[in-house]
Design a binder for this molecule. Structure first.
Ligand SMILES: [Zn+2]
Length: 229
């Protein structure tokens, strides 16, 4: 049944009022420094100038930007500053990347946190980003398909070889049937050596995934001194 014109007008008016209310209660702010921004912007102009987009090459995780500047500041707040609300603007950046790269996948899976760390933080930042990715690609999200078995030491305190050993065999697939034959986009917030994404990919491939494309919001060249995976 077609909607009547008064109903549509009333709906549009209610939406405008709701938006204005949301903006008053929680005005759009820069994800890195909280300066006021337009609703469609993630960063203020000063912070936006520090964002270094990456060129994505085959074999490397798809990444929106290099780890640094406003992206690093926003990710630090997102992860360690009890700011799950930043999943929305940062997810917006990941959506933009996926619109450009258009990976052919049929399922999105986040890198999981160990249950103990999830309980401490209250949310899995990678899962919030993966939710945005699944929405952009129009495919299901399997947020609990992978499980982290070991509460591995903070990656930032380790060297490269130790990082690889630290995460090897740390992940298992909870339900192999859910991933068998699927083309999967794996999502993390930051990739440093890529060892965490690799360990997750190995677990998914072992469980029968057809293809696993890895992605992250930011890719770091060297382990940042004050960050952890
Ligand atoms: Zn800013």
């Amino acid at each position: 049944m077609p909607l009547s014109r008064p109903f549509v007008l009333a709906f549009l008016a209610a939406r405008v009022i709701a938006r204005a209310l949301i903006d008053t209660l929680s005005p759009p702010a820069c994800a890195a420094c909280d300066a006021p921004v337009r609703r469609d912007r993630v960063f203020c102009p000063t912070c936006a100038a520090t964002v270094l987009r990456t060129s994505n090459t085959p074999g490397e995780p798809l990444a929106f930007a290099a780890f640094g500047g406003a992206v690093a500041a926003a990710l630090k707040r997102f992860k360690y500053g009890e700011r799950p609300d930043l999943g929305r603007p940062l997810g917006h950046l990941l959506r933009g990347l996926l619109r450009e790269e258009a990976p052919a996948v049929d399922l999105v899976i986040p890198v999981p946190l160990h249950p103990r760390r999830l309980a401490e933080r209250g949310y899995n930042q990678a899962a919030l980003l993966a939710h945005a990715a699944a929405g952009e690609l129009g495919v299901p999200l399997a947020a609990r398909a992978l499980v982290r078995l070991r509460n591995t030491p903070q990656q930032a305190t380790l060297g490269r070889a130790e990082r690889l050993a630290n995460v090897a065999r740390a992940f298992v697939v909870r339900s192999p049937r859910a991933v068998r034959g699927r083309r999967i986009l794996l999502v993390d917030d930051v990739a440093t050596t890529g060892s965490t994404l690799e360990a997750c990919r190995d677990a998914l491939v072992e469980a029968g995934a057809r293809e696993v494309i890895t992605s992250c919001l930011a890719r770091a060249g060297e382990p940042p001194a004050d960050r952890a995976t």
